[in-house]
Design a protein around this ligand. Structure first.
Ligand code: GDP
Length: 360
């Protein structure tokens, strides 16, 4: 498993761009899959249910593959694992690079495993690229990677956010079936990925740093709205005062938002991930959230809504792909775009024609 991870991060590094193409990544994985003999679906399922990490990893690689045969096998495995999934707590963690996500997840993850939990962590592949280190994934979370009750893996990468999200959700199912009761999904707080992560987790945690009193500046409003907890990290000696000021400011800001459907009032706390301080408070906040939302029915309702959302989202995505990948549409689209510019036709007429063309 370790071997695979380092090769994945090395691949990301070689590509050296912000959103790495999954093509070379996947083709190498597929070569590996071909080389090694594939166990049957039944063996995969049995091993995964028994908590076998090596089979879990191989099944996840099948999910990430673009080879239709692998995809088919992955789907069969997922289907058999599904009745054993759904029993975990899924936590999303976001924050800008450098805020301390890996340090926090390391301390937080250890806290969970010490309590007897089994934790699966999906790290944002772009985090290791940002670090500019070929050993990015290995040097992040040094302790947690050695913990037998923790499983760390980069989130699937891919060209479209929809595709990545689908693979991540399928991966969650397999991890839950393998007995992981706590799932953590890290996302770098840029772009749209946090919205996708938010729609697949039960609890969303925003990590922040204390600044000089202008805490709310530069934060996308949407992220604060999504947060169930804001954790001000690096509340060290010299920074404790600023961290407490930030805490007060965020708490005030959170109270200005309308009450959440969950009836949960988002909490703000400070922590010092590097020295392992304040992690227990975050843990308690999550327990409090779970106890509230499980008793008022919101937890289950939200999971159902997420399932419905992803069903529709997957269909939308597939329809779009089918449409835009049709050679006739590709060609005609170019022409219509020019025609619109030259005012030869309207966007609405052009869209109608293109949709008709796609049905032929
Ligand atoms: P990430 O990019 O969000 O994953 O951030 P890292 O976890 O890699 O942390 C970035 C830097 O901040 C590293 O040098 C960490 O050692 C440091 N760091 C993380 N948490 C704390 C903290 O609580 N206190 C202090 N002083 N430094 C921290």
């Amino acid at each position: 498993m370790r071997k695979k991870k380092s090769s994945e991060s090395a691949l990301h590094e070689v590509e050296g761009v912000k959103s790495p193409s999954s093509v070379s990544d996947n083709s190498i994985k597929q070569m590996k899959l071909k080389r090694s003999e594939q166990p049957s679906e039944t063996v995969f399922v049995e091993k995964i249910l028994a908590g076998d990490i090596s089979h879990l990893s191989r099944a996840i690689t099948l999910i990430e593959s673009t080879n239709p045969k692998h995809k088919e096998k992955a789907n069969a495995i997922i289907e058999h694992c599904l009745p054993f999934a759904n029993k975990s707590v899924r936590i999303g963690i976001t924050g800008v690079p450098g805020v301390g996500k890996s340090t926090f997840i390391e301390a937080f993850g250890k806290y969970f495993t010490q309590k007897g939990n089994k934790i699966a962590v999906f790290i944002d592949p772009s985090s290791s690229i940002n670090k500019g280190s070929i050993l990015g994934d290995k040097t992040r979370m040094k302790e947690l990677v050695k913990d037998p009750n923790a499983y760390i893996r980069p989130s699937p990468s891919g060209e479209s956010l929809g595709g990545v999200a689908q693979k991540t959700r399928e991966t969650i199912i397999l991890c839950e079936a393998a007995g992981f009761d706590t799932i953590i999904i890290e996302t770098v707080g840029v772009g749209q990925s946090e919205i996708a992560v938010h729609s697949m987790v039960d609890f969303f945690l925003l990590l922040k740093l204390a600044g000089a009193g202008d805490e709310l500046q530069g934060i996308k409003r949407g992220i604060i709205e999504m947060a169930d907890a804001i954790v001000i990290n690096k509340a060290d000696r010299n920074n404790v005062k600023n961290a407490n000021l930030a805490k007060a400011e965020f708490s005030r800001a959170l109270h200005l938002y309308p009450p959440k459907e969950s009836s949960w009032q988002p909490k703000v706390t400070t922590c010092n991930a590097f020295y392992n301080e304040g992690i227990d408070a975050v843990y308690e906040i999550i327990q409090e959230y779970l106890s509230l939302t499980k008793s008022n029915g919101y937890f289950e309702k939200r999971r159902n809504e997420q399932n419905k959302y992803w069903l529709l989202e997957t269909i939308n995505q597939q329809l779009k792909n089918n449409f835009y990948n049709k050679p006739a549409v590709k060609e005609a689209l170019k022409k219509y775009l020019e025609d619109i510019q030259k005012l030869k036709t309207t966007p609405f007429k052009a869209a109608e024609e293109l949709l008709k063309l796609a049905q032929k």
